[in-house]
Design a protein around this ligand. Structure first.
Ligand code: SF4
Ligand code: SF4
Length: 209
């Protein structure tokens, strides 16, 4: 079937041309939106996927991110260390110590799977994007650089006031409350001991007099 003539549809000849010119005029009078980068930094969306930051204190070297990465571009090396028992009479335990954590950004496709699967919140998106290199080999970034990028990760959005307190925050608040109560009890015991010692000294001095 032959395509329908748009001018036939609108009803008068030359209407398509007039519409086109109207669009051109409207666009010509609009303010230019050219970004003046690099003189002016662009305003990025809050969830921009620029680069991946590593918070290595949270990393337990579980290797999940490296296993799930579709491009196999996460390189992790570690060794095992024996940790003394937490309580007397307990068993010694072994833990993984991170030796190397690197991401090859020439292979990374910014899918975010590694960040999603990390069970310990050790990987985050940073909006940082100025890491172009002239040599592709320099796009493999090691843990120091990934850690540096960690400090450019924006704060997460505030929770909805009606939202349930997240488990992690509740657990850390509980631990902080417990520690504060323990410190207060220790301070009180020390104060009582000092008062007791002062009373004993005063009694001894009275006895000698
Ligand atoms: S974003 Fe995707 S491709 Fe890049 S390192 Fe993570 S899992 Fe691999
Ligand atoms: S998934 Fe998370 S905790 Fe496990 S190795 Fe990767 S970054 Fe570390």
């Amino acid at each position: 079937m032959a395509p329908e003539n748009p001018e036939k549809k609108s009803g008068w000849p030359g209407s398509g041309l007039a519409k086109g010119l109207a669009v051109t005029l409207r666009t010509m009078t609009k303010r230019s939106v050219t970004e003046q980068y690099p003189e002016v930094q662009p305003e990025l969306a809050p969830r921009t996927r620029g680069v991946i930051g590593l918070f290595e204190e949270n990393c337990t070297v579980c290797m999940l991110c490296a296993r799930e990465c579709p491009d196999w571009c996460i390189y992790i090396d570690s060794h095992k260390e024996t940790v003394p028992p937490a309580a007397p009479g307990g068993r010694e335990r072994s833990r993984n110590v991170l030796d190397r954590f690197a991401i090859d950004f020439s292979l990374c496709m910014y899918c975010g799977i590694c960040i999603e699967v990390c069970p310990f919140d050790a990987l985050f998106w940073s909006p940082e994007f100025e890491y172009a290199e002239t040599d592709i080999h320099n796009l493999t970034h090691e843990r120091d650089k990934l850690r540096e990028w960690m400090w450019t990760v924006p704060e997460p959005p505030a929770l909805d006031p009606a939202a349930e307190e997240p488990k992690e925050i509740a657990a850390s608040r509980k631990a902080a409350d417990k520690l504060a109560a323990q410190e207060a009890a220790e301070r009180q015991a020390a104060q009582q001991a000092a008062e007791e010692a002062a009373r004993n000294t005063a009694q001894e001095q009275e006895g000698e007099a």
